[in-house]
Design a protein around this ligand. Structure first.
Ligand code: PLP
Length: 482
């Protein structure tokens, strides 16, 4: 059978331009990568040679008519959407545009409590009225909001405009979205999905189903997370007639740079082409590699693979490891880094490895990872045996919903004071505290601080977790509203 020809219009367009050997009398200032300090490595100069601007024949992301239009049409065709867009400012901008285009001030929105901070920022900008839904937690990992919670909330609130969910979570886990989408659509409610970690799901089984195929109205993908795209490269897909396309486009124009990066756009085009050419044979090879790595891990004396009992899906590209005898995730990560293995994320218990969407021809070896793991000296001087501080998102409480204690408008004008974190329980936080990665708020501005939140924050600080927000956290203090 003849091999399918996969088109890459942005690459073609840029190559055509390069072949002209033209003189750059335009921005950017590096002039096709030739005006650079001598310290700049040659490989950097060669990347910059692709970094051009909206010249004749190179189209314009904000008004696409040529190669970018064709590339976005190929993207929509591949994902089978109504309309798809390249994003040059990550899923962050996609989430902002998705929310701003769908929600009017005061609109009631059901929102998964552990959404990414870009969703929370989008809600604030849109002046939404969010009702936060508590996800199921397992081994300190938030899996997703179960159908029953959404069903009950939709019965309690008859005026919900949209539901915003993360699917899958950072760890490749999640709930069955199909029934949630069906229920929401029965009531004419929009389902907006941050599928940052699932751009590759469109490759089909054994990957979980994509929210696009399940019928979510808008879906945003961080192509740069699991596809071979450059950092900041994402896709936004409009997938139904319920979405106001003009508004989405208006916000994308407003929120994205007027000088979008051509290397990022080219990488987005190439990433789609890569996925489009990802064959059943490639999948077989990938799964074989993953299985051989897992078999090694199953025999390992120190490491265990975390397998969720509550998740309805499992992305094969995500491997979550923990230490058999309770070494903290942070310590585990340090040991692995000493062996030259850099993981994606760590929490108190786990280390998350993101595996590549591998094809046979690529120089990425599981054996190399295994050899490096073998070199690790697991006997360290001081091992913290981790006893988990309870997670504030844990659904042990009766209430599966929570709301902000004050409105976004009040947050802008209310006075604040700094107090000790230990005494913050019951106060309204004036800061959003976000462990990063994963970038999911632990405490949100405007939310009542609970005992569990204080415990969790203190525990993360003690273990040296990276935390964004919380200017005085290192001094064990937090700002609250008065
Ligand atoms: C669930 C989720 N949504 C959105 C984002 C933001 O994506 P990006 O880095 O593409 O802006 C992240 C980043 O980690 C994420 O984990």
């Amino acid at each position: 059978m003849a091999e399918k020809i996969i088109k890459v219009p942005i690459l073609d367009m840029l190559e055509k331009h390069r072949n002209k050997k033209s003189i750059s009398m335009h921005v950017p200032g590096h002039k096709n990568g030739v005006v650079l300090p001598i310290e700049a490595p040659r490989s950097f100069s060669s990347v910059l040679s692709w970094d051009v601007t909206e010249l004749a024949g190179l189209d314009d992301l904000h008004e696409p008519e040529e190669g970018i239009k064709e590339a976005e049409a190929l993207l929509a065709k591949f994902y089978q959407t109504k309309k798809s867009y390249f994003l040059v400012n990550g899923t962050t901008v996609g989430n902002l545009a998705m929310i701003l285009a769908s929600i009017e001030p005061g609109d009631k929105v059901l929102v998964q409590r552990n959404c990414h901070k870009s969703v929370m920022n989008g809600l604030k900008l849109a002046k939404a009225n969010p009702i936060f839904l508590t996800p199921v937690i397992e081994s300190d990992i938030s899996i997703g909001v179960p159908y029953e919670t959404i069903y009950n909330s939709l019965n309690d609130h008859l005026d919900v405009k949209a539901i915003i969910l993360t699917y899958p979570n950072y760890y490749g886990l999640g709930v069955d979205l199909a029934s949630i989408i069906k229920r929401a659509h029965k009531k004419g409610i929009l389902v907006l999905v941050d599928e940052a970690h699932g751009a590759h799901f469109a490759a089909g089984a054994p990957f979980p189903p994509s929210a696009v195929n399940l019928g979510a109205d808008i879906v945003v993908h961080s192509a740069h997370k699991t596809l071979p795209a450059m950092t900041m490269g994402s896709y936004l897909h409009i997938n139904s007639e319920l979405v106001n396309q003009e508004r989405v486009e208006g916000y994308l124009r407003m929120l994205q740079s007027s000088s979008p990066s051509y290397p990022i756009m080219m990488s987005l085009d190439l990433a789609r082409a890569y996925l489009e050419s990802y064959s059943e044979k490639d999948k077989e090879y990938l799964i074989e590699q993953i299985e051989s790595f897992k078999q090694y891990l199953r025999r390992h004396e120190e490491l265990c693979i975390f397998e969720s009992e509550n998740s309805d899906i499992q992305d094969p590209l995500k491997l979550v490891l923990y230490h058999k005898n309770g070494m903290s995730g942070f310590e585990l990560q340090k040991l692995m880094e000493q062996a030259g293995i850099y993981s994606e994320l760590t929490d108190e218990l786990h280390v998350l490895l993101v595996l590549p969407l591998l094809k046979k021809s690529q120089p990425y070896s599981v054996d190399d990872i295994i050899q490096r793991l073998e070199r690790i000296n697991w006997i360290t001087g001081e091992q913290t045996r981790i006893s988990l501080a309870s997670n504030p998102l844990k659904n042990k409480q009766q209430h599966m919903e929570s709301v902000l204690a004050i409105s976004y408008e009040e947050m802008d004008i209310m006075p604040r004071k700094r107090i000790s974190l230990a005494h913050a329980c019951g106060e309204i936080s004036a800061e959003t505290i976000v462990p990063y990665p994963p970038g999911i708020p632990l405490i949100q501005k405007g939310e009542i601080i609970t005992y569990d939140m204080v415990q969790k924050c203190t525990s993360l600080l003690t273990q040296g977790a990276k935390i964004q927000g919380g200017v005085y956290l290192k001094q064990q203090q937090i700002e609250v509203f008065v």
